[in-house]
Ligand binder design. Structure first.
Ligand code: ADP
Ligand code: MG
Length: 718
């Protein structure tokens, strides 16, 4: 082992001393301890203010300035009592992760002293100096600025010494500059549309919630080894590295015993998450070595998404205390499974009914089928858009590879639900109510791991979402698409009712038509097979694999119409956001290209050449020792390696130069879209070609002098 590697491994071992604080109480005692939840509001607010703010949270009632001041005062009292000294508006810009700008509570008191200050004005709205967040040209740095505005539906919380207030981030001209604002609009749209459809079955329903239960996959690597891999550090993934002789082929990691050191990290993460009101429930090893998963109990979608972002931030922080780095990238290692974030999604009413779960009576089952078919219709109509909503430079490595969902959106329904839909489609309308009367048993044992959008008993599981992604991207597209479809459905049913049809008969007729129409989206077979790719293309599903081109889906007429009619986003916003998406794509590939170029030139080639020189030296010395014939016979293998290294290092050097030139050409392209396409078409294949030869060199060069930790070291936590 090289000196450098020895040192980093050693520091990593020392770091294991990190102790997990042992909480004295049970989780139920500290759950939500750091959250200004309803119980805290009740305690810290006068009765009238408490009623006003809960009305605002539950029913979207407007918040007056006086109440805001009272809420701010209560929040401040609680936060200061908890040791907080600062506050921040916490928002989700169009980058990964979250943003915050901390301000201390202190203000001059006018008498030469200081006083802790936090008004309703500061709670409700702020203008962070956030002019350098991506905005796609909406907000010229020198013109209008963006402001953050309180989202009272997600409670404030304390991290460290800071009170964090969840906010949306909007331009003064009204366009959203974040993920949360359009997500909230999409949730409102689906609430309205689904409540209207529920009224066919139950007039008491006042509200429909979208639920989200995410399953976060991630890798852990030793911090010392991580520090010795500039590619992991700068891009989140390994740009080179030959497969380890052993990786996941024995399937001995999946659901296996969790290593002690990892367990300590998980425990601390769980405790901190529970204190923040995040109901973490499940933890286990995943398929790949060093890969793990955690999942909470599902929650209302906006809150669940805030919680996911918070958990990702906590993971980054807490992993370091245990001598790890967490990798949230979708494909940190070539040749083994990548990481996703299954989004379990469903709709449920304020009366406690899960709309995607079968019921016991014919009516309940008709309602169930109504929602299932409308979801399928929405996913069918917007399959390309939904794919765009989960696409990124990083998730592209995962889609279609190994275990991952393919780059085609289809929906798995399972044998029983498929049969029910088939029956409904084939029967005469008069028979249909009879069919419903027989009751319905749908189990979810029929699992198909290859489907990107699978029905799993009482919900759909959107599996194509990337591990690093903000779930809001997928969730706002899905909820908006379902909202649009439910509105269309209601219009069609109402027209039939106006023509004198009985309500359920009208519903059945429309469902029957829709089942036929959206058949192409239903696929229960093996999504990873080549036959499916051909079949999906025949069915007219979106099969595009180039990420920059996939983003075009956002600007298709059907998408713009859908987003505008549901009030979720305007064409201008969609255009601006696509500029950001293309720009981000380009930047990610650009960084990877630079890092790989640097590593190739100053780690790989020098190391390989050094080894090659030692072989050459050996060949010459053999000549001194042995007669010429014998010396050359004995050196034949070394001569082969010397030549092999020369060929590969020459290739690498040429390709790196070529890549620099290709980048220069691409960088001159004005259009962000065309530039991203150039990076996709020209640069990405070069990254692969260079890597191929580096990985081959890794196999022949003396391990003693190879400077970068290898997969076999990175992937097995001791
Ligand atoms: P899996 O077998 O896919 O790992 P789990 O039972 O662990 O599934 O659940 C995964 C996630 O799905 C959890 O967050 C769980 O709370 C969530 N979930 C369960 N039911 C629903 C539902 N009706 N709507 C949304 N999420 C749900
Ligand atoms: Mg799952």
């Amino acid at each position: 082992m090289s000196k450098l590697r020895f040192r980093v491994v050693e520091t990593a071992f020392k770091k294991r001393a990190a102790e997990v604080p042992a909480p004295a109480e049970r989780p139920s005692d500290y759950f939500g301890q750091n959250v200004f939840n309803r119980a805290k509001m009740f305690k810290y607010l006068p009765e009238k203010a408490y009623e006003r703010i809960t009305d605002c949270i539950d029913n979207g009632a407007p918040l007056d300035r006086e109440t805001a001041d009272i809420v701010a005062a209560g929040m401040k009292k609680w936060a200061i009592g908890m040791g907080a000294t600062h506050y921040t508006h916490w928002f989700h810009p169009l980058t990964e992760g979250t943003a915050e700008k901390h301000d201390a509570f202190v203000e001059h008191d006018g008498k030469g002293g200081m006083v802790e200050e936090f008004s309703g004005k500061l709670l409700i709205q702020q203008e962070p100096d956030a002019s350098s967040f991506p905005n796609g040209g909406i907000r010229n740095t020198f013109e209008a600025r963006g402001y953050s505005a309180w989202d009272p539906s997600s409670p404030a919380f304390i991290v460290g010494d800071t009170l964090c207030i969840p906010t949306v981030f909007i331009a003064y001209t009204g366009e959203s500059l974040d993920y949360k604002a359009p997500l909230l609009k999409a949730l409102e749209a689906v609430n309205k549309a689904a409540t209207d459809v529920c009224h066919y079955f139950n007039p008491d329903v006042k509200k429909v919630y979208a639920y989200l239960g995410w399953e976060q996959e991630y890798f852990l690597v030793d911090e010392g080894l991580y520090a010795a891999r500039p590619d992991l550090l700068l891009t989140g993934r390994t740009l080179m590295g030959h497969e380890s002789s052993k990786n996941q082929q024995l399937e001995d990691h999946y659901f296996g015993a969790i290593p002690t050191r990892v367990m300590e990290f998980m425990k601390e993460l769980e405790i901190e998450s529970l204190k923040l009101g995040i109901p973490l429930k499940t933890r286990h090893n995943e398929v790949a070595p060093n890969q793990f998963e955690l999942a909470p109990v599902f929650e209302e979608c906006n809150l669940a998404n805030d919680h996911n972002l918070l958990v990702m931030a906590l993971m980054r922080k807490i992993s370091r205390k245990h001598g790890f780095r967490v990798l949230l990238h979708e494909k940190p290692f070539k040749g083994i499974n990548g990481s996703g974030k299954h989004n379990n999604w469903s709709l449920g009413t304020d009366t406690g009914i899960l709309l995607m779960a079968p019921g016991k009576t014919p009516e309940e089952n008709l309602r169930f089928i109504t929602f299932i078919v409308n979801v399928l219709m929405a996913v069918y109509r917007h399959n390309g858009l939904l794919k765009a909503s989960i696409s990124s430079a990083t998730n592209a490595h995962r889609l279609g590879a190994n275990e991952a969902p393919p780059a085609i959106i289809s929906s798995f329904l399972g044998t029983q639900l498929s049969k029910v839909l088939e029956h409904l489609e084939k029967s005469e309308p008069e028979d249909l109510m009879l069919a419903g009367k027989q009751g319905m048993m749908i189990d979810n044992t029929d699992r198909n791991r290859t489907s990107p959008f699978a029905f799993t008993g009482n919900r759909f599981e959107f599996r194509a979402v990337g591990s690093e992604a903000n779930c809001a991207s997928a969730m706002l597209a899905l909820n908006a698409a379902v909202a649009e479809q439910l509105k269309t459905f209601k219009t069609e049913v109402d027209a039939k009712i106006a023509d004198g049809k009985e309500t359920f008969a009208a519903i059945l007729e429309v469902l029957r038509k829709d089942i036929k129409e959206c058949k192409a989206i239903h696929f229960d077979g093996n999504g990873y097979s080549d036959e499916w790719k051909a079949e999906a293309a025949r069915r007219g599903l979106d099969c595009e694999t180039s990420v920059p081109v996939i983003f075009d889906n956002y600007l298709k007429e059907s998408s713009v119409r859908m987003f505008e009619s549901t009030g979720v986003m305007t064409r201008k916003e969609l255009e601006a956001r696509n500029e950001v998406k293309w720009e981000t794509y380009t930047k990610k590939i650009q960084i990877e290209a630079r890092v790989l170029g640097d590593l190739a030139m100053n780690h790989i080639i020098p190391t390989a050449t050094r080894y090659q020189t030692s072989l050459i030296d050996n060949v010459y010395k053999m000549k001194d020792l042995f007669p010429a014939d014998k010396a050359s016979a004995l050196s034949s293998r070394n001569l082969e390696i010397i030549e092999d290294i020369a060929n590969r290092t020459n290739f690498i050097k040429e390709k790196v130069d070529e890549m620099v030139e290709a980048r220069k050409v691409a960088n001159k392209i004005e259009s962000e879209r065309e530039k991203a396409i150039a990076y996709h078409d020209k640069i990405v294949p070069m990254l692969e070609a260079i890597r191929y030869h580096i990985d081959k060199l890794e196999l022949v060069v003396d391990d003693q002098i190879w400077t970068l930790p290898k997969y076999r070291e990175l992937l097995f936590i001791r």
